[in-house]
Design a protein around this ligand. Structure first.
Ligand code: ZN
Length: 295
């Protein structure tokens, strides 16, 4: 395993050497990222430079799982900060005026770097966007009943099938297609092309807005009303966007996914059976489930 010597320094030594950058999440991520290459890069290789996003991206994604599970009660906050940081790297303009996501798809790999757009687009894109692509699939597969079960089975199948071999982007897509949930099946008639065309082979970046409220119906049940708007996309773009509730006791609950195609809105009224107290608020895309412009 390769680790930079600086990853062994503690906070004091880093400070003495002037290494306490604003970008401090690097220190939390570097070790789990490099450890994760034993799966992404060593166990499962990548077929060509067009598939390298799966090595660097999946290693970055694995670091997010480490942050979420290894820091006890602080884990969730670190996890959220990590995805915030990844999104900034993908969509903020560099000093040449380019946003990495606009320069090209992750499948162009390091060919994205050139003298016009700057020499760092590859790193600023394939690591964080590669990670985001897998995170989006994880969140799409998550369920209240089974948690990460679907996603774990899919990733186990991927590592088992390609153990000791190189996998291509299409190989990975066909493994995802073997493990689609009902929601995912409906989105693409049993295929995942819609998602791969948008985020893997494409440069889509949607924006979202949600208006929501709670009221009580005649029988005293709480009814949740919502209107979700999707914009900044082409007519073919479609997505499943998760909605969460912050309950009266402070817990966050997953409610379901809204399906929207093109630049349009969807509204719904959902009776919240079994919820006695009015939730504090509703949140769209709370766990950065979908890579989108920040509101
Ligand atoms: Zn790496």
């Amino acid at each position: 395993m390769w680790l930079p010597i600086c990853s062994f320094y503690d906070v004091t030594v880093r400070h003495q050497l002037g290494l306490d950058w604003s970008d401090n999440i690097y220190w939390d991520v570097v070790t789990p990222h490099e450890v994760a290459h034993q799966w992404w890069g060593q166990m499962v290789g990548f077929d060509s430079y067009r598939d390298q996003w799966m090595s660097e991206g999946f290693a970055d994604f694995s670091a997010s799982l480490f942050l979420q599970s290894a820091y006890g009660s602080k884990g969730q906050k670190k996890f959220m900060e990590f995805w915030d940081h990844e999104r900034k790297s993908i969509i903020e303009r560099n000093r040449f005026g380019y946003r990495p996501i606009e320069v090209g798809p992750v499948t162009m790999g390091y060919r994205l770097d050139n003298s016009k757009v700057g020499g760092n687009i590859g790193v600023d894109l394939i690591y964080p966007k590669g990670a985001y692509i897998l995170h989006m699939i994880r969140m799409m597969m998550w369920s209240n009943q089974g948690g990460d079960q679907n996603f774990k089975e899919m990733m186990h199948d991927f590592t088992k099938t390609y153990n000791g071999r190189a996998a291509s982007t299409e190989d990975f897509k066909s493994i995802v297609e073997k493990h689609m949930t009902v929601d995912m099946q409906r989105m693409g008639d049993g295929k995942m092309d819609w998602f791969f065309d948008e985020y893997v082979y494409g440069t889509a970046l949607p924006s979202y807005k949600m208006d929501s409220g709670f009221e009580k119906d005649a029988s005293g049940d709480i009814v949740f009303s919502l209107k979700v708007t999707q914009s900044d996309v082409n007519d073919k773009f479609r997505m499943l966007i998760p909605v969460y509730l912050e309950l009266a006791d402070g817990r966050t609950a997953f409610l379901g996914r809204v399906r929207i195609a093109g630049n349009s809105s969807t509204d719904a009224k959902i009776p919240l059976k079994g919820i006695k107290e009015v939730p504090r608020r509703a949140m769209l895309n709370y766990y950065d489930d979908v890579l989108a412009s920040p509101n």
